[in-house]
Write a protein that binds this ligand. Structure first.
Ligand code: GAL
Length: 823
């Protein structure tokens, strides 16, 4: 599950420094933690009485447990993301490990982590998004029980979105020979691919802290997916009285399979360390053979072919599951994004989980890994700027070392809308960070997301980076080139349309704050700095060499509930006026991953498989005879709308592009709604019944969709995304709960309360419905439907197999059952 997997080599050596077997063992350290909120000050001591503490496994996010409260900052989701808490873990280290190096690796702790072993402080990391390794060796008691204690202390007002709280990513324990391959100590790059040959450079750092003597050698093997060894080399290692040695090796792979979007082929390097002809360490690095190039004339080239970024920005939370990392939930997020044609993500605005990158490697998704949302100047009272001076270089270097072997990663971002972009010294400041990135990795370009245009160009910041990311400036790409014709530009953040799934307010307006605290889903409402997707689509179409765009955002996320962020009622730096609005409306899909209408907009722009979609729903009792605008998204040439069998006319896509103002700037945004070349619309006098759209290409019907006026809610339908899951204690099944009428038509307004009963070896891990204003707990066995849908997420239990039966009941509705096999 980890990018770098390390295997037991099963070789037992008798070394002069130690009489025990030497082997690298890497195991999950997630199970069996004790947790307590608050502190007395003595929790770090090994004999502290933690008997009454709560037992849990990490990854754990205490804040998602709630409760929602408007006293918490709504900007961070109205959830308790701050406070002090302790995690403790008792563990035994076998005497056999004496002489070995013992480390613990945290993939991320949110935040201000301090780590103690047996009462001694052994490590710390303020930044919650960066993983870190702590060397426990000098305080470990071999053959005895040890106590690891972690103090976590996130502050209030420390984020612009929901950060989560706690040991929210995976933890690993490692035993290794004192002479070993360094943590994140390999760097595998494709030097070139020519004439069916891939030349691979492997740089390996080996550490020898005790200056141990002997004949050391490094063997590197390249292994293909079938397990075949396709390249091998061996080098002597010369420590030259130093504690560290760097070995550079070149390996050649004949007829390599290139890592590409539709064939994300992965190889691995097996690095084997030898001392006096015996193996003492083994370290695995997954990588891909691929070339990347960027140019102002051709854009981004992957293996020589131009690829436009059809990208989305993603925050790190997993909706109702909070921020606790889960492999399957991360995979599902990416699967949903791929359905709409997404080929790239920007890990806004921080280093991602290792699992997300592992999945992007496997699924063929390009990644911009972003480091910071803040540099030295603050955006929030207790943000990262407090740690900037001491930590930024370490965090940035570590991020690159950790992530540089992923073929999916194609650029580094040093920041998002950092305040320094307005400062005279912004360019100079950025240059230092760019230099750090280039120093760690000369194979990938460095970018930044800029919003203060043209200040960021005038102060040299845009010149300092390799790729100029502009946030929300679709008409400025060409103007930016006038400052510097060498710029390579793209939309690092685009659109920011807000909408609530299944909500439609009439008449259609460009901007409104509605008393329901929902946002109408005609896909044209955006906050003042943003704009409907059509504007960026047009900009990209007319900028053939732009690298593409990253839409804000793929998924709804917790916190930042613009436009109901209550900024107008800010007190003591806290947002909180429009309670209970507590999560974002920006997503192309809602917090549960249910498609909003924009899902189909982007599908129509980014995919070729014939599709057509119409909106709104067709349940407008009381509006008979009144005008309901119907919008249509399709990737076909034309579409025809039918109401109860009568044609309401055929319309052709992409006709009038002058409707997109060429000089569009956010402060000149159209006051009225406009006709877009990327969507069709009809004004329909409402009558209940069947609304149907046929989409044509070359005159032939190749896609269609029908929506029907539903009668009253009658029954529940359950749809499990996977009906078989693994009994590994972390696999999930996402069960969609649909409310239907007696004829099986979807009820688009249903808000019935649904109760869940589960029998078998799984548990309910979360519920949700995508309603950004719901303060019902995510951890319950019931949920109200929101516009006809809600969701239940179940999790397997470690080692427990069998059949799980889920029953959903609701007053006045026919209940439903679904089974999931746990294997
Ligand atoms: C951008 C910012 C994002 C998010 C977005 C909302 O300016 O970079 O983090 O706040 O606005 O539109």
């Amino acid at each position: 599950m980890h990018q770098i997997t390390v295997f037991i080599i099963g070789l037992f050596l008798v070394l002069s420094s130690c009489s025990q077997p030497q082997e690298r063992v890497r195991t999950s350290f997630n199970e069996g933690w004790l947790f307590c909120k608050g502190e007395t000050g003595e929790e770090y001591l090994s004999d502290f009485d933690d008997n009454s503490w709560r037992q849990l496994n990490v990854p754990h996010d205490w804040a998602i447990e709630g409760p929602f409260d408007k006293e918490h900052d709504t900007r961070t989701g109205g959830l308790p993301v701050y406070g002090t808490a302790w995690y403790r873990k008792h563990f035994f280290v076998d005497n056999e490990q004496t002489g070995n190096c013992v480390t613990v690796e945290f993939d991320g702790v949110m935040n201000n982590a301090e780590v103690y072993l047996n009462g001694q402080r052994v490590g710390q990391r303020p930044f919650g998004y960066m993983g870190f390794e702590v060397d426990l060796t000098s305080h470990i008691q071999f053959g005895e029980e040890n106590v690891l204690a972690v103090r976590v202390n996130p502050e209030e007002l420390s984020a612009r979105w929901y950060p989560g709280a706690g040991i929210y990513r995976n933890v690993w324990l490692e035993y290794k020979h004192p002479v070993h391959i360094k943590h994140w100590g390999t760097f595998v790059t494709t030097k070139h691919v020519q004439a069916n040959t891939g030349v691979i450079n492997v740089e390996t750092t080996i550490i020898n802290p005790q200056l141990s003597e002997g004949d050391f050698a490094l063997e590197s093997f390249i292994i293909d997916t079938l397990g075949n060894k396709v390249a091998y080399t061996k080098s002597e290692i010369n420590f030259s009285d130093s504690k560290e040695a760097v070995v550079n090796q070149e390996l050649t792979v004949k007829n390599p399979q290139l890592w590409d979007l539709d064939n994300p082929y992965l190889y691995r390097v097996e690095s084997k360390l030898k001392k006096d002809n015996s193996y003492i360490d083994e370290y695995h690095t997954t990588f891909g053979i691929r070339t990347i190039q960027y140019s102002k004339d051709k854009g981004f080239l992957l293996n020589g072919n131009q690829v436009r970024f059809n990208g989305v920005c993603l925050h790190h939370d997993l909706g109702p599951l909070g921020t606790a990392v889960n492999y399957r939930a991360t995979e599902r997020q990416l699967e949903i994004m791929k359905e709409i044609g997404v080929n790239a993500i920007r890990t806004s605005h921080n280093p991602p989980s290792p699992e997300q990158l592992e999945l992007c490697d496997k699924m063929g998704i390009l990644v911009q890994v972003e480091a910071f949302d803040e540099w030295e100047l603050p955006k929030v009272e207790n943000g990262y700027n407090k740690y900037w001076d001491e930590w930024h270089e370490t965090d940035l270097r570590d991020m690159i070392k950790r992530d540089r072997n992923h073929p999916s990663v194609v650029m580094w971002s040093i920041g998002n809308e950092i305040k320094e972009q307005r400062k005279k010294y912004g360019g100079e400041f950025a240059q230092k960070l760019v230099d750090i990135c280039h120093d760690e990795d000369s194979t990938r370009p460095v970018t930044v997301g800029l919003s203060q245009y043209p200040q960021c160009v005038k102060n040299g910041l845009a010149d300092a980076v390799d790729l100029v990311g502009l946030n929300y400036k679709p008409t400025q790409y060409n103007n930016a080139l006038k400052y510097n014709p060498e710029f390579i530009v793209y939309g690092s953040e685009t659109s920011s349309v807000v909408s609530s799934r299944g909500v439609y307010h009439l008449p259609v307006k460009n901007y409104e704050k509605h008393e329901s605290l929902q946002v109408s889903s005609y896909d044209i409402i955006s906050p003042p700095w943003a704009y409907p997707p059509d504007f960026e689509t047009y900009a990209q179409e007319t900028m053939p060499h732009s690298l593409g765009e990253f839409v804000w955002t793929g998924f709804d996320y917790l916190g930042e509930p613009t436009p109901y962020n209550g900024k107008d009622n800010m007190t003591h730096g806290k947002w909180g006026g429009d309670w209970p609005s507590r999560s974002s409306y920006f997503g192309i899909v809602d917090l549960c991953g249910f498609p909003k209408d924009r899902y189909y907009y982007y599908q129509s722009i980014w995919t070729d498989e014939p599709m057509v979609h119409i909106l709104p729903h067709w349940n407008w009792a009381g509006s008979e005879g009144k005008n309901i605008p119907v919008y249509c998204y399709t990737n076909c040439d034309e579409a025809e709308l039918f109401l109860n069998g009568r044609s309401l006319g055929k319309k052709v896509m992409g006709v009038d592009k002058t409707t997109i103002p060429a000089d569009f700037l956010w402060w000149k945004k159209p006051e009225v709604t406009w006709d877009s070349p990327y969507r069709l619309n009809w004004n329909v006098n409402y009558e209940p019944g069947e609304l149907k759209v046929l989409a044509y290409k070359d005159g032939k019907t190749i896609a269609q969709k029908t929506i029907v006026t539903a009668s009253k809610p009658h029954k529940i339908k359950l749809l499990a995304d996977r009906k078989t899951i693994n009994a590994d204690g972390s696999d999930l099944s996402f069960i969609t709960v649909k409310i239907e009428d007696k004829d099986g038509n979807f009820c688009p307004l249903a808000d019935n309360l649904v109760n869940f009963d589960i029998v078998g070896p799984a548990s309910i891990v979360a519920v949700g419905n995508g309603d950004a204003t719901s303060t019902e707990s995510f951890q319950a066995n019931y949920r109200k439907a929101f516009n006809g849908l809600c969701m239940l997420i179940i999790k397997s239990k470690p080692g427990e197999v069998g059949e799980v039966t889920i029953t959903a009941t609701s007053e006045k509705l026919k209940s439903a059952q679904v089974s999931v096999a746990i294997k």
